[in-house]
Design a protein around this ligand. Structure first.
Ligand SMILES: C[S@@+](CC[C@H](N)C(=O)[O-])C[C@H]1O[C@@H](n2cnc3c(N)ncnc32)[C@H](O)[C@@H]1O
Length: 231
């Protein structure tokens, strides 16, 4: 069988770290939730495990959680399950999605044109969360932040935000909205940053490296990870 070889432009190619510590293989609490949500997520086990641990590490900080780009709810459920597993019951998880696919595609986005990933619904997310018996969440249906951020009570702060929106402008707008509301030590994680076809999010992530009030890491799962270091 001839396997077609994908041709990458310079700066792209499959990332193959040589490390061999694999805690996600033996963390049974994580594995249980990951296997419960695999049909509801496009986020692979490596990125889901990173989200699981980031949620745990920021759990003691003041503030709620936000995910922008929920699709069928899988990565959001991993975040919610992490809070439950580590005994955190006082945080709300705000879940924002258009439920009609990607929006705000523009000239920085080579692949996305708008409307992709429209095969999800609020009901699908509600059903998943009901099955997992997770109830400390609130769905925001529409373009975030433009159409739905006003549904979040004024004065709400955040300890963690996952931005999984595929294109530059939606990623930029989500991060810029949450940043002034992020508790020092809190994190923003961009999905999509390290992926061919998501050049707009790569551009948004690279802008973060020039900003003074954050530590930025490309974690080689393809996530761009921001930690707020000053008020
Ligand atoms: C790749 S999917 C998210 C995947 C999801 N996190 C998972 O666990 O598989 C991207 C989602 O972002 C949503 N989206 C993109 N831009 C948005 C915006 N500005 N506001 C709300 N949702 C947005 C799309 O509707 C789509 O469902």
């Amino acid at each position: 069988m001839v396997v077609p070889v994908k041709r990458y432009p310079p700066g792209y190619g499959v990332v193959e770290p040589v490390a061999d510590y694999r805690p996600w293989d033996v963390d049974t609490a994580f594995r249980d939730i990951y296997h419960a949500v695999t049909a509801h997520t496009k986020v692979d086990i490596y990125r889901c495990y990173a989200l699981w641990r980031y949620a745990a590490q920021t759990a003691a900080l003041q503030g709620d959680l936000l995910e922008v780009g929920v699709w069928r709810g899988g990565s959001a459920a991993v975040l919610a399950a992490a809070l439950r597993h580590f005994g955190v019951t006082d945080k709300t998880i705000y879940l924002a999605d258009t439920f009609c696919g990607v929006v705000k595609a523009g000239p920085r986005d080579d692949y996305y044109k708008g409307g992709e990933h429209a095969d999800a619904s609020a009901d699908t997310v509600h059903e998943l969360f009901a099955r997992l018996e997770i109830d400390h969440y609130r769905l925001l249906c529409g373009v975030f932040p433009d159409q739905t951020a006003h549904q979040i009570p004024a004065g709400t702060t955040f300890s963690f935000c996952h931005v999984d929106v595929d294109v530059y402008q939606s990623a930029r707008d989500a991060c810029d909205w949450v940043w002034p509301r992020l508790t020092p030590g809190g994190m923003v994680v961009y999905d999509d940053y390290g992926f061919y076809g998501c050049e707009g999010v790569t551009a948004a992530g690279n802008e973060e490296f020039a900003r003074p009030d954050r530590i930025v890491t490309h974690n080689l799962n393809g996530q761009c990870v921001l930690v707020r270091i000053s008020p």
